[in-house]
Design a protein around this ligand. Sequence first.
Ligand code: MN
Length: 269
Amino acid sequence: MQDFRILRQYHNNPLPNHKNPLPKRRMVDTRPLSLIKPDLIIKPVCERTPLVPSTSKLSTYQILGPGMILLKDYISIKDQVDIVNICQKVGMGSGGFYTAREFERYIMCFGRNWDPITGYENRCRSDGSEPPPLPNELISLVQAIIQDAQAHLKELPSMHPDICVVNFYPSSHGRLDLHQDHDESFDSIRRGLPVVSISIGEMADFVYGHTKDKLEGILLRSGDVLVFGGESRHIFHGVDEVGQYTVPRPLLDESGFGYGRLSLTFRQI
Ligand code: MN
């Protein structure tokens, strides 16, 4: 915790008030969401260098079950900054972040549209926009993650992502109810193709379990990568709590991202 310092929360686009009763009709809010301070200059895409794991040797890790591993501190601060900038640039535009009263987070997708209510089938954004393509540097990063995870989990199947769901959880009040990921194809789920989730920003309490009544919790920190596939592909999981003032100082200084948590979740559907 010594690496973190208290930060001021700033946000000019507050979440809907969840104390109000839910409306009968679904309200999707597609107003642009900025992840960073407006006065920060975003590095153009062409200046970015390829995303690579933080060290040439493997970072520390924790095996959480069959086919499930946490790669700790895997994404370097530099790459976290690049990922924030990609999400900021794309997330502000058409097909970018949106939210709804049912959610306690903002969502955007690369590659394919997916939505917690409509799944992969229907257009979820009220403006009907197409999802932006999945950036090649993110695909390469996920493939490096899978290879490193397979070094510890021989049974873990390979996966080529065709969608990345980006969730933005505001500090302290973002959360995600317990659920299973089962919107992908029968074949993808049957083969246990792994889900890869990258955490950036505030810490989060992640809960998971093979049954709903036997849950365990882990802390996901900025730069951590969680992989669950194989026999753990069906786990129940959710985000119990998102921290406040826990964004690593270098990430804030270099990206201006300091008041929430980004999770990028990759799947092969
Ligand atoms: Mn999930």
